[in-house]
Design a protein around this ligand. Structure first.
Ligand SMILES: Cc1cc2nc3c(=O)[nH]c(=O)nc-3n(C[C@H](O)[C@H](O)[C@H](O)COP(=O)(O)OP(=O)(O)OC[C@H]3O[C@@H](n4cnc5c(N)ncnc54)[C@H](O)[C@@H]3O)c2cc1C
Ligand code: FES
Ligand code: FES
Length: 504
């Protein structure tokens, strides 16, 4: 670390692991949970594996428990990637690793946890390298369904396991184990005891208010803000960058809130991607597929909406959807807030409108007005957990058979996520016919001159974008609109409800 970094806070980082309070006062702020478990914890906990060290493989999956009055037993338990989790972000939490499974089972008079029993019975492991990660994700699923008195479908298991890779067993036996783990006598985590532990940490925690955070940001404009670290941890793990002593935005409760009012969603910048996308899909059900295909559950649990928007990758998946919905972004600098359309926030490749000392406070997403049809499609090489080659999001309102309002936003087509201005102009006021569609498809080539890279060629990107416009037309044309089942290549996915309220 360079000498110019501001002094560390004096209180140690505190969290529970294996039932004991851990107090850490000498680790670098970017020490990851994975390295701590494997190298610093005593005894060392090498059950948690390192595969990719970049959030892609799930070998390092652990569960993080936090106080949450709305969650069962007052404790939210989520799977995350230990390789991307910096220790300071665990302050006030409890960490459960594969080493915790046996004690949980023994407390229930069983020799092994139901997840472990089922993985053995179903032959869900061969070399075993991925198995601790699978076991922890499955324990998270087990906990969720035990608490709700439900069982997941095979499709839900597949969706929830999207962040765990196995290279030798194959997924069928693992998904079998996911079904079978509910057949053993129940062995849930003792949430009451966990909550008591977490309460002891909360008692003398110092909350960070939004005003405090804004003042700190203003005083330290060059300091790196860190939210979920799903981007930043890669700079540290892969590029060995020194990010100094960061400003941890996740500690600001006000910024983690999501509010739904009569006409808009207010998404705090530090709200998790999972919570934000779940709320978006509740309000606009056609967004469910992009939600499920955004990274993986552990990344969505850690990453934030504000981080995704501030990072401003041209292939990020939130910006096209929010721009198509007509979202505003609220920026704050000291005590002063300013609001702008999200599309105006992006200036050029990885350059945005943030001023020194300013930060993203929240997104305000208007609910689509009656009659507005919204579609969003992600094109990538793999269905699950892949980066978009193109992500397109469309909002369209017809008046009779004419296009009365339209917003077409594309990621992956330019240096920034951008609206297709000329294509929109070709549609506005026109009858929503195939001839209008063809004219709009031609206009796309004036709006965008995409790059060729390892994900897709420029020609493919243009072609697939034009095809997505056709898909929009097929699903929304006044005459004989097709249901989504008839326009998707992912038919099996759509036959399984993925909305939590419809879970079995
Ligand atoms: C395995 C993997 C898969 C992924 N898949 C996808 C995907 O499918 N789609 C996709 O879009 N992205 C994907 N990502 C990228 C990443 O998850 C997102 O960009 C994420 O939303 C970043 O949020 P964060 O909270 O982790 O940000 P951080 O990593 O903490 O921060 C990212 C950047 O934003 C800044 N920042 C954070 N919050 C604020 C704020 N409130 N104000 C100002 N600046 C701020 C930080 O300083 C930093 O520059 C993936 C990442 C990984 C590792
Ligand atoms: S080591 Fe691969 S996701 Fe963490
Ligand atoms: S059992 Fe070998 S990678 Fe999964």
């Amino acid at each position: 670390m360079s000498a110019s970094h501001p002094p560390r806070p004096t209180r140690p980082i505190r969290f529970f692991h294996r039932g004991a309070l851990q107090q850490i006062d000498s680790a670098a702020p970017t020490r990851t949970l994975l390295d701590w478990l494997r190298e610093d914890a005593r005894p060392r906990c090498t059950g948690t594996k390192e595969g990719c060290n970049e959030g892609d493989c799930g070998a390092c999956t652990v569960l993080v428990a936090e106080r949450d009055d709305a969650a069962p037993g007052g404790v939210a338990i989520r799977n995350v990637n230990a390789c991307l989790r910096f220790l300071p972000t665990l302050d006030g939490c409890a960490v459960l690793t594969v080493e915790d499974l046996k004690p949980i089972a023994v407390a229930h008079g069983q020799p092994a946890h139901p997840v472990q029993q089922a993985l053995v019975a179903c032959h869900g492991s061969q070399c075993g390298f991925c198995t601790p990660g699978f076991a922890m994700t499955m324990t998270g699923i087990y906990e969720e369904h035990c608490a709700a008195g439900t069982r997941p479908t095979r499709q839900q298991l597949a969706d929830d396991l999207a962040g765990n890779l196995c290279r030798c067993t194959g997924y069928r036996p693992i998904v079998d184990a996911g079904e079978q783990m509910f057949d053993a006598p129940a062995a849930p985590i003792d949430r009451a005891a966990l909550r008591q532990q977490l309460d002891t940490l909360a008692a003398d925690a110092t909350p960070l208010t939004l005003d405090d955070f804004a003042a700190q940001r203003l005083a330290r404009p060059d300091t790196r803000i860190v939210a979920g670290a799903t981007d930043v941890a890669l700079w540290v793990n892969k590029q060995f960058r020194d990010i100094g002593e960061p400003l941890w935005i996740g500690r600001v409760a006000e910024l983690r809130r999501i509010e739904v009012t009569a006409d808009a969603l207010h998404i705090g910048a530090a709200a998790s991607l999972e919570d934000a996308w779940r709320t978006l899909a509740d309000v606009v059900p056609t967004l469910r597929e992009v939600w499920q295909r955004f990274a993986s559950p552990p990344i969505r649990h850690a990453g934030t909406m504000g981080g995704n928007i501030a990072n401003g990758s041209p292939i990020g998946d939130s910006a096209p959807v929010l721009i198509a919905l007509g979202a505003d972004i609220v920026l704050r600098r000291g005590a002063v807030e300013r609001t702008m359309p999200l599309q105006a926030f992006y200036l050029d490749y990885m350059r945005n409108a943030l001023q020194p000392g300013e930060f993203v406070a929240r997104l305000v997403v208007p609910k689509p007005t009656d009659g507005t049809q919204v579609r969003a499609w992600k094109i990538s090489k793999r269905y699950d957990s892949d980066i978009s080659a193109v992500c397109a999001a469309f909002a369209l309102r017809l008046d009779g058979d004419r296009v009365a309002e339209v917003r077409l936003a594309f990621g992956g087509m330019a240096a920034i996520v951008q609206r297709a201005a000329q294509t929109e102009a070709a549609l506005l006021g026109q009858p929503w016919t195939e001839a209008t569609l063809v004219a709009a498809q031609a206009a796309l080539a004036q709006d965008f001159h995409p790059l060729s890279d390892l994900r897709a060629s420029a020609a493919y990107r243009l072609k697939v974008s034009a095809n997505l416009l056709r898909r929009l037309w097929l699903e929304t044309r006044p005459d004989d609109p097709l249901p989504p089942e008839d326009t998707t290549v992912w038919t099996p996915r759509l036959t399984v409800p993925i909305h939590p309220e419809t879970r079995a």
